[in-house]
Design a protein around this ligand. Sequence first.
Ligand SMILES: *[C@@H]1O[C@H](CO)[C@@H](O)[C@H](O)[C@H]1NC(C)=O
Ligand SMILES: *[C@@H]1O[C@H](CO)[C@@H](O)[C@H](O)[C@H]1NC(C)=O
Ligand SMILES: *[C@@H]1O[C@H](CO)[C@@H](O)[C@H](O)[C@H]1NC(C)=O
Length: 466
Amino acid sequence: MVAAGCSLIPWIALSALLGSVVCEDPNQPLGSPVQLGESEPGVKKILEFTEERYNLGSNAMHRRKISRFISVTRQMLKGIRYTIKVEVSNTQCKKSSMVRSCDFYPESHKLETELCMFEVWDVTLQGNLTLLKQNCQPKVIARTEEFINVDIEFGNDTFEFMRLVLEFKHFLKKFNKVYSSREETERRVVIFYENLKTAETLQSLDQGSAEYGVTKFSDLTVEEFQTMYLNPLLNQWTLHSPMKPAAPAQRPAPDSWDWREHGAVSSVKNQGMCGSCWAFSVTGNIEGQWFLKNGKLLSLSEQELVDCDTVDQACRGGLPSNAYEAIEKLGGLETETDYTYTGHKQSCSFVNRKVAAYINSSVELSKDEKEIAAWLAENGPVSVALNAFAMQFYKKGVSHPLKIFCNPWMIDHAVLMVGYGESKGIPFWAIKNSWGEDYGEGGYYYLYRGSNACGINKMASSAVIH
Ligand SMILES: *[C@@H]1O[C@H](CO)[C@@H](O)[C@H](O)[C@H]1NC(C)=O
Ligand SMILES: *[C@@H]1O[C@H](CO)[C@@H](O)[C@H](O)[C@H]1NC(C)=O
Ligand SMILES: *[C@@H]1O[C@H](CO)[C@@H](O)[C@H](O)[C@H]1NC(C)=O
């Protein structure tokens, strides 16, 4: 038996697993579980036995193998109990073939990966193993009704709890996260858990090829994420003074185009905890325009806009249309090096003699995605805005969330559209984001093209340089 009042209470056990000193019981170690490494003597035999028994008991046509080792523990009770946590996936071998060394399916949807917990006992203490418990569940669990407001209710589901702890530990390590107190850690793990559920929901309902899951924002509530990284002001775009319409492109859009391949896009930047995406979207556009006019790719200053654009609201949001006007009034933009990004509002220290790029006016593009594509290919990267709900959970692939997750009338993030194309038959926009290179695919987000997904067509604009 586990010590009462200890491992049965998930949070206390959690703290123990995370390394805090909680619930120390000097009498505990005798029967307490010991973690075994994958390569420890005996573990291979136990895993092979488990896999064999699992296959004997499953109706699957194909042999299934362990695709990921999560953990094995050994516990001395009336006999030895091994608790095995692994992922199991389909191989290409039919069960009837008797071949043991089978490869996994290369296509992930055919893997039908399950998260499994097995209990294997050695009652005789002589190495005779018995599979006593098996609990497998599909890795992707759709939970539409439970969307967002899920209370943690592990009940007796220690497996679900273990999965959470492992994911959370991995997250803390990967993103170097440290919290100030145990209370804060506990609060963050609940949020993390809710975000895992949300990511699973997005994943199961995605109409594209995107992968959602743990990201560096996984310990933030959706509200915190919106406040820190998004830009609710963008939603007032209908109120802004109308911009001049852009002249339509002269040629039809090529099948694909990517301004990164033509030197018009600077490296991915990071806005930090400041809702200044509008500034990054606009500088990205002007960097492209300047490059196409003058053949030189500069990295231009967002901080100048955060500090000196008095119409917009610095870290609390802004509109690209206002930013273009501010740049015209100021006389241009300094470079990133001359006016460095700090991620908070300071007093304006712009000096005219340091202007590296100017603009003459700005235009608003068509709301037709085909026309936007043609204009982009002909004229350069475009400042766009979208509903970024799914972006908090995005890892890679082409994101195509259902409308309910991505209301096109709730625009809250400005980004830079740098290209478009098709990936495995799925048309996409290539979108440069400003959340660092460790976001999405090297800092980029790929969004489905052709259904005005997430309102991506609503606010396309560009500066004009004569
Ligand atoms: C247990 O295993 C040993 C050898 O490993 C064997 O001699 C013995 O018969 C087994 N006992 C049972 C009950 O299967
Ligand atoms: C959980 O465990 C308790 C006591 O161990 C038991 O009374 C209860 O029925 C279990 N609940 C479920 C859902 O299995
Ligand atoms: C564009 O703006 C620059 C800088 O303000 C100015 O020097 C130039 O004359 C303008 N060009 C035209 C055609 O208005």
